[in-house]
Write a protein that binds this ligand. Sequence first.
Ligand code: AHR
Length: 516
Amino acid sequence: MKFLSATAAALALAAPLLAPAQTVQLTVQPGDPKLIVSKHIQGQFAEHLGRCIYDGFWVDEKMNVPKQGRIRLDVVEALKKIHVPNLRWPGGCFADTYHWHDGVGPAAQRPKMLNLWWGNTLEDNSFGTHEFLGLCGLLGTEPYLAANVGSGTVQEMSNWMEYLNSNEDTPMVQERKKNGHPEPYQVSWWGIGNESWGCGGNMTAQYYTDVYKRYATFAHDYPGTKLKRIVSGANGDDANWTETCMKNIPLNQMWGLTLHQYTLPTGSWSGSKGKATGFGEDQYFSTLRNCLRMDAIVAKHAAIMDKYDKDKKVALLVDEWGVWTDVEPGTNPGHLYQQNTLRDALVAGTTLNIFNNHCDRVKGANLAQAVNVLQAVILTDKEKMLLTPTYHVFDLYQVHQDAEYLPLQFASPDYAFGNEKIPALNASASKDKNGAVHISLVNLDPKNALTIETALPGVSWKTVTGRVLTSASVSDHNTFDQPNTVRLADFKGARKKGNGLAVMLPAKSVVVLELK
Ligand code: AHR
């Protein structure tokens, strides 16, 4: 079945009317007020890659869009609406090639550099530390810096920390003041390397943990800024990496440990990764099946961490995740520019549900990436800008930020394709500071709606409202000419039924309900 054909789309829409929707019994259980869904699960990632920084956030002085300096304010305004809690920079693989000192001081005097990882693009270093922290200030977001371990020195990283966080009369601080920022920036989130098993130095786990301890020793706290030192963690389900880090690094030297897990439609890094648009049901299904692996992978790393850290003091940060497809035809393969469909939105809703449901250990995550790269929430083309389906999911899910986690109980019907099947339904719930309960529901089945009968023991509520993201085809996406093909709508399919809640969840949809 080709999802783009008009017949298929019509069938997909009509099917819920033909087949009676399966009924799911779902219970929202009471939470533990101490267990919070960290807002940092909804973090974003901005690497010097393709058109994320240059020609994304940071544009030509002559570009006719609202700007502060060269920062694009329409992009900033859109991101402010989804309350981005933290922004990771400058990479990614780029981080282990980046020398921060080349990116401070008068822009005209900054040396150029070749971005060797990403398309050999020549960069002029006009976007550096001050510009990034200025962007974070505009966004009201926590900066999350990645220090260069692969090709930098301990001294270089240590100087960066002193430059940003100290207030003593040292040469580093004098230089920061000369560069226009008298007060310390107080940057507390520091990744010590990135993918040190790969582009960050091709290290073994044992070797990296020794290197990490050396760097962490010289990552100093300055008055007013206690560092969150973050260990470069595993690739996918590499249990040995996590085990070695947890065993070798003292708990008081690490605030967090990362995990990178991408969703490739074909599941293969060699050859085609799969299409971003115009895919068939085979790649629709395989993408969602691959995305659901996140649950088992997080559970595996969390179980290892539990052995060494029973009190769950160390955060698991999935600081790179998202769909990775082939690039858009005609674009630089090293710039990772891809379109974003309703399928990406279903992946985003599912993944954020998985993180919410592991919020006892997952305290942060970063979608790769914010603008114009991989599963971006925003795409730009010169002056034009669009919000992707994935953006709308972050808009829907922001109600979970720092809310009390509410566990759910249900048995999902299957969505079957060929000889394989996956659970059609995934969900998570939380209660915010005002007592409103939010339930996020994702139906991965492209043809069949679901009826959900929900019991909420212990919750007193009078009204239910909601918003829905769906479209005629799972391959639908927003273009610069038609930027609102996939957009949010009010959801009318939920009503009070006795003490419970009855929901008609459309096929291929993300719905977030609010009960007050
Ligand atoms: O997000 C793109 C790249 O994917 C990052 O630079 C790297 O860390 C990962 O392999």
